[in-house]
Design a protein around this ligand. Structure first.
Ligand SMILES: N[C@@H](CCC(=O)N[C@@H](CS)C(=O)NCC(=O)O)C(=O)O
Length: 211
C-alpha cells in the first residue's frame, strides 16, 4: 500500500490513519510540481494529494481513503463498524470536514483562484477566516463534553480534523481559542503515531500551495 502525501497538507490525516493501523506501507511526499506531473496525474487526475495505491486500485479523495482504511482494518479501532449508529455519525463528520471545513481554507491558501483582482487577495483571505470560524465553532460545539469527534475513542474523524485545525493556529482567531478542538489536537499531537508522521514530514519543506 502506498500513500501519496505532501507535508502539512490534508493528506497528513491519511498518513496518521495508516500509522494507527500499523501494517507496513510506503509514503511518498510530493511537492507542488510533483502533484501536477504526468506520472502522478495518472494516479490522481485532480493533481492533488492524497492518493492511495493498493494493488491495482488507485483511490483519491481523502474521505474515501479514510473510509476504505476503516473498512479494510476492522480490528484497528480507527472508526466504527459499518451499520453501527456511530458509523452514521462518522459519515456525517467526515463529510462536514471534507465538504465544508476543508474548502473554507482554500481561499486563504490560494486567493488567486478565487479572485482575478490581484488587489483583492487580502479580502479573500479575510473571508476565508470568517468561514473557517463558522465551521470550527460548529465542531467546537459538537466536542463540548466529548473526548473525540465520534464515539468514545479516537477515529479517522479526529485524524481528518488534525491538519485542518492545525492550519488555523496561525489565524487571527487561533485554533487555541476553540478550547474543545485545541484539547483534541493537543492529545493527537502527543500520539506516537502522529509523532511518526511529523518525523516523516519533518525535514521536507512545507508545500507552497500558493505556487
Ligand atoms: N477533494 C480532495 C481535495 C484534496 C486537496 O485539496 N488537497 C490539497 C492539499 S490539502 C492539494 O493537494 N492541493 C493542491 C492544489 O489544489 O493544487 C480531497 O478531499 O482529497
Amino acid at each position: 500500500m502506498k500513500l501519496y502525501s505532501a507535508p502539512g497538507t490534508c493528506a497528513t490525516a491519511m498518513h496518521i490513519a495508516l500509522e494507527w493501523i500499523g501494517n507496513p506501507f510506503e509514503v511518498e511526499h510530493l511537492d507542488f510540481a510533483g502533484m501536477k506531473s504526468p506520472e502522478y496525474l495518472k494516479i490522481n487526475a485532480s493533481g492533488v494529494v492524497p492518493a492511495l495505491v493498493d494493488g491495482d486500485m488507485n483511490l483519491s479523495e481523502g474521505m474515501a481513503i479514510l473510509l476504505y482504511l476503516v473498512d479494510q482494518n476492522p480490528n484497528a479501532n480507527i472508526g466504527p463498524a459499518a451499520n453501527s449508529p456511530d458509523r452514521v455519525e462518522l459519515h456525517k463528520w467526515l463529510v462536514y470536514i471534507s465538504g465544508t471545513l476543508h474548502p473554507y481554507f482554500w481561499p486563504y491558501f490560494m486567493p488567486m483562484r478565487f479572485t482575478t483582482d490581484k488587489e483583492g487577495h487580502d479580502a479573500v483571505k479575510a473571508a476565508s477566516q470568517i468561514l473557517v470560524d463558522k465551521a470550527l465553532t460548529t465542531i467546537n460545539n459538537h466536542l463540548e463534553g466529548r473526548e473525540w469527534m465520534v464515539g468514545e475513542t479516537k477515529s479517522v474523524a479526529d485524524a481528518f480534523l488534525y491538519p485542518m485545525a492545525g492550519w488555523a493556529y496561525g489565524f487571527e482567531k487561533s485554533t487555541a481559542q476553540y478550547k474543545n478542538i485545541d484539547r483534541v489536537i493537543r492529545k493527537l499531537a502527543a500520539d506516537p503515531a502522529v509523532l511518526r508522521v511529523h518525523a516523516s514530514q519533518g525535514n521536507l519543506p512545507k508545500v507552497d500551495l500558493a505556487a
